[in-house]
Design a protein around this ligand. Structure first.
Ligand SMILES: [Zn+2]
Length: 343
């Protein structure tokens, strides 16, 4: 018999939920075969736990952690990595933020949405800041792991189905979405390659420049963030992109325990065939001990299509399923999970 697939659920604070309701939710999850929850405890504005580093929004984690532990659910602290929307940093650490190819800094003129205030992975202070965030979360008693989100650059090209929503056509990489051209990145790349990228006619065509930026995220993950989590005896995972090149996220080079690729097929105008192709490619790209958990956007599915997407994912070689998110899970979805579990 095949091993039961691991089931993960991303969880954001639910409106008007009392401890009693959370307790009931966790019981239901456990009975349906859910193994792990990923509560969003740091969202770049503040912390939903008693942080000594960030503005404390509330003590949500302290409420739900014992309840989830009580049901034997693994709890992985979900944290935003590169965006930083805290006023204090926007005001006092402007040099921490990425700059696009037009010279516009993200703290002042973020791409697409106001919160796309990404920090530069080549800034030593940023590396220290993010790794201290991982360390603080890793130290929380009762957590199984740290889960990295937004561990990347801003999208230079959005998924195809999202472009019309922003009323843009991205048939190539355009400079206003292309990061990071801060003094630090330009200088570091020049030292490595001898090329001043600001003087190159079409930097988009420079392959080394692309690799340089992918590597800068990889170095942050492997040299700064992974050691913090491991030292505390925690797992470390990340939410990653199928179209990784568009966010400079070469995640299969990362030394993580598991990946939760956001295989939100509808965003890519895809179906189960798209899902299958991506999982097969991803499973073949990672190391033996690592795991792929197929990230599904629950709102896209009814009972039948949900079942089919899960089946497709597991048949393609995924070790588990990650569901976005708890608020989208209806009884019809839970019943599919339950049957999977009882098989
Ligand atoms: Zn930079």
């Amino acid at each position: 018999m095949k091993e039961k697939p691991k089931i993960w659920v991303w969880l954001r604070p639910l409106k008007n939920y009392t401890p009693e309701l959370y307790n009931r939710l966790f019981i239901k999850m456990k009975q349906s075969g859910v193994d792990a929850i990923l509560p969003e405890i740091y969202n770049s504005w503040g912390a939903h736990y008693q942080s000594s580093r960030h503005k404390v929004l509330d003590n949500w984690l302290e409420t739900i952690l014992p309840l989830a532990n009580g049901q034997n659910l693994e709890v992985h602290g979900w944290m935003w990595s590169m965006p930083n929307n805290q006023e204090e940093y926007v005001e006092n650490h402007r040099d921490w933020y990425v700059v696009n190819a037009l010279g516009e800094p993200a703290y002042q003129k973020p791409a697409y949405v106001g919160y796309y205030k990404f920090m530069c992975p080549n800034h030593e202070d940023v590396r220290q800041f993010v790794s201290a965030n991982v360390a603080e979360i890793s130290a929380i008693e009762g957590l199984s792991g740290v889960h990295l989100d937004y561990i990347r650059f801003p999208d230079v090209i959005l998924p195809p189905a999202l472009q019309p929503k922003y009323n843009i056509i991205q048939d190539r990489e355009y400079p206003q979405y292309d990061y990071c051209y801060c003094d630090r990145c330009v200088e570091k790349f020049k030292n490595q390659s001898g090329i001043n990228i600001r003087e190159v006619d079409d930097p988009v065509k420079n392959k080394d420049w692309k690799i340089f930026r992918q590597n800068s995220v990889t170095e942050l993950v492997n040299n700064y963030l992974v050691p913090e989590a491991r030292q505390a005896g925690r797992m470390i995972t990340a939410a990653v992109f199928p179209n990784w090149e568009n966010v400079r996220q070469k995640w299969f080079d990362w030394d993580l325990d598991a990946f939760l690729p956001m295989l939100y097929a509808k965003f890519y105008n895809g179906g189960d065939e798209w899902l299958k192709e991506n999982i097969e490619k991803e499973v073949a790209s990672i190391r033996q001990h690592q795991q792929i958990n197929s990230g599904l956007f629950v709102n896209s599915y009814d009972q039948d299509t949900f079942k089919s997407a899960i089946r497709t994912s597991l048949d393609a070689g995924a070790n588990g399923i990650a569901l976005f998110d708890a608020s989208a899970l209806k009884d019809e979805h839970y019943s599919v999970l339950k049957k999977l579990y009882n098989k």
